[in-house]
Design a protein around this ligand. Structure first.
Ligand SMILES: [Fe+2]
Length: 268
């Protein structure tokens, strides 16, 4: 199945650009039948759900996604707790949370994933420091907008278990694992950049990487870090294909060019 892959499209932060139109055009022009989005569609669950429907209508392709941490933020404060938001994603037929999708060749499994500080530098920072989710004047925004428990390590293990449940149901096909959080340390920001020995802790988890290796995942798709890079290890290829915030775009601020640079086409 010809599949277009992208992440972190942030339609609200990029509201001055025709993000949905540009992605839809790219999908149509490339004849993709499936569009996979690795999270961070918007800062609000209702906007994310409606954007996915618009993308499906305008692109003509089936759209599947996982929620990102921003999709869990609910900026409009309509929901009392993140469990309610997550339940809406579980109920959405387009969302991979809790339900794998099967193509002729592939078993596509996905969810938000979380962090357990394993990608932070634990020689320089203590567990208690990571738990504060704050360094200097910088606050990890999830600590303000994600109103589910602050038990990040427990939350991460919970996601790993949920992903394993779906991975174990693989009928013998190539596995594609989609998480918003990083499943490989390759994508982390160099520690030479100020505070990143700390901030990398909130980017993903070593346990997600171990899942990829243990289950011989063919493609591990992630987002969150806002750098477009790919890497490979053992039999797995990792793809991080973020559209990013418009203020982060390198080169021309042309949304169609940025979408084309971010996208990857895979045969799944
Ligand atoms: Fe993002």
């Amino acid at each position: 199945m010809k599949t277009a892959v992208i992440s972190d499209i942030h339609i609200d932060i990029n509201k001055d650009y025709e993000v949905i139109e540009a992605i839809s055009e790219y999908v149509r022009d490339n004849g993709a039948e499936l569009l996979l989005i690795a999270g961070d569609i918007s800062n609000c669950v209702t906007d994310t759900l409606s954007a996915v429907r618009r993308l499906e209508k305008e692109s003509g392709a089936k759209v599947l996604y996982v929620p990102g941490n921003h999709d869990m933020w609910d900026e409009k404060s309509a929901y009392a707790h993140n469990d309610e938001i997550y339940r809406l994603y579980l109920e959405d037929e387009h969302c991979l949370s809790g339900k794998a999708f099967e193509t002729e060749k592939s078993w596509i499994v996905g969810d938000l994933g979380w962090y357990d500080y394993s990608f932070g530098n634990r020689n320089l920072h203590t567990f208690e420091e990571f738990e504060k989710m704050k360094i200097g004047t910088r606050t990890v925004q999830d600590s303000l907008f994600n109103v589910w428990s602050r038990d990040n390590t427990g939350r991460c293990a919970w996601f790993v278990d949920r992903l394993k449940e779906q991975l174990d149901k693989n009928p013998g096909k190539d596995i594609v694992l989609v998480t918003h959080m990083l499943s490989h340390e390759f994508f982390l920001v160099p520690e030479s950049r100020e505070q990143w020995s700390y901030l990398n802790a909130f980017m993903g988890s070593e346990s997600l990487k171990q899942l990829c290796l243990e289950y011989n995942v063919k493609y591990a798709i992630c987002g969150h870090i806002h750098y477009r890079k790919d890497t490979a290890q053992a039999n797995t290829t990792w793809l991080c294909r973020c559209l990013n915030y418009q203020q982060e775009w390198l080169g021309e601020k042309d949304v169609r060019k940025q979408v084309a640079e971010a996208m990857e086409i895979l045969d799944l």
